[in-house]
Ligand binder design. Sequence first.
Ligand code: SD4
Length: 351
Amino acid sequence: MTDRRNFLKNSLLGATASVLAWGGKLSAAAPESRAPVASGAARVISTWDFGVAANQAAWTILGAGGHALDAVEAGARVPEADLKNHSVGRAGYPDRDGHVTLDASIMDHNYNCGAVAAIEHIAHPISVARRVMERTPHVLLVGEGALQFALEQGFKKEELLTPESDKAWHEWLKTAKYNPSINSEVHDYGKGGTTGMPGGANNHDTIGMLAIDAQGRMAGACTTSGMAWKMRGRVGDSPIIGAGLYVDGEIGGATSTGVGEEVIRNAGSFLVVELMRQGRSPQEACKEAVMRIVKRRLEASKTIQVGFLAMNRAGEVGAYAIQHGFSYAVCDAKKQDGLIPSLSLYTTSYS
Ligand code: SD4
């Protein structure tokens, strides 16, 4: 026992010594206490075209000098409430048994984070994720426990399956074909893909959002109903800190969209941030993270989509996807409705 205690003590001393010798980016002061960057440097970015409206909601907070964390929560709530959107929040397509189950995560510049996975009946999982972060000692609550916590916190229990989503689910049940791997992104809508979706529409799209505020604080949020018709209990990358979302206030943040299983296997968003730490631009980091997945899954990569979006502390933005069709929205003091097509590995669709 004494040996073990000595071993631990020595290891800790050794580790502290190496950190001190390294003298790298560790700072005694929290990022919050650093000198603020020039006002007007605030910026928010989001995945997909629905990110434009989400960014604008976030900008009402950022543009007024508010906190990045408040901004991403407010922004993520927009697609969560949008009944036309079937891949995030209320009206999301259900799992194969007809249950709408939602995943969400949130993270600030100081490694504070919270998440919920497979939560049902709560229209704004991003706000529950924030409560997990701020009011519990935990990072992730799932399923029944997450719902119980949300109700204790005063969130309302609601039916999230809308008649339209219910109809789509019943349509799907006719063949019950589950094929989440086929890329059928926004620009392929209506072309009759093989997703089993009405009109060949895509069966997934997540909002991932990253913001930097006028004081240089960063935050990120990610929220989704995950893959339509998924197995009951399936959880994707979005509520997994380091997979669907990661923020390091000293470096930058990253978020992902697409087939969550592939992102989880590579700890995708953490990887993007680590690559930025090593000096890559957000663009280069996103591309490298995509290429890691592609190298591992070369054949499959032709028919799956994964996209990363990143922003560093300087507010530089980058994105990269396997398939064409991924887009991201950028909003800052100059322009509030920017929508930019992402670069991608493949420029033609295999679906
Ligand atoms: C998931 N990554 O649940 C999410 C789905 C998604 O674009 O982002 N689709 O795997």
